[in-house]
Design a protein around this ligand. Structure first.
Ligand SMILES: [Zn+2]
Ligand SMILES: [Zn+2]
Length: 168
């Protein structure tokens, strides 16, 4: 799969027992998808190692970057601002359920304090942000949310593992 940001080919990596694609030859961005995220066990040791590795990546993002297109299904991706951190944004493909994080964004997200309530509010915002989602029938919305909500929650929870002992 090609990196949506820089076009280099991405490498599959084990991230706490789930497969993610990492742009290790290029911009160091990380690709997650909903299916993988819901399976992520954020307490596993593997997740710890993967997170530690990701935190080492330097911050990289082109300021004037064009909208990204999903490397899997080609749909234009949506940008979600991360809470108060204006410069941090998560790109999501609503078509196939992929998330793209630029290199260093994991660290920036972790450096922002968020309470439990704020985290829930952020996930709700994540779900509501997508114009296509708003237009869906109530029932379809509920169906889609069944996978999207837990995936979003997992992602945020994983990124915010404050109890995480790095380097142990
Ligand atoms: Zn890249
Ligand atoms: Zn897609």
């Amino acid at each position: 799969m090609e990196c949506p940001a820089c076009g280099k080919s991405m490498v599959e990596k084990d991230f706490g027992g789930v497969q993610v694609d990492v742009c290790s030859k290029g911009c160091k961005g990380i690709w997650f998808d909903w299916q993988e995220l819901v399976q992520l066990d954020e307490n596993s040791e593997g997740a710890g190692n993967a997170l530690e590795e990701a935190l080492k990546s330097p911050r990289f993002k082109q300021e004037d970057r064009e909208r990204l297109f999903c490397p899997k299904c080609g749909m234009a991706m949506h940008v979600h601002k991360y809470s108060s951190a204006k410069e941090v944004s998560v790109d999501e493909c609503y078509g196939c359920g992929g998330f793209f994080l630029d290199s260093g964004e994991i660290k920036e997200i972790r450096d922002q304090y968020m309470s439990e309530e704020e985290r829930d509010a952020y996930v709700d915002k994540l779900l509501a942000d997508i114009p296509e989602f708003k237009e869906l029938e109530e029932e379809t919305k509920r169906e889609k949310s069944k996978l999207r909500a837990p995936a979003g929650r997992k992602l945020v929870k994983f990124l915010r593992r404050d109890e995480f002992m790095l380097g142990t």
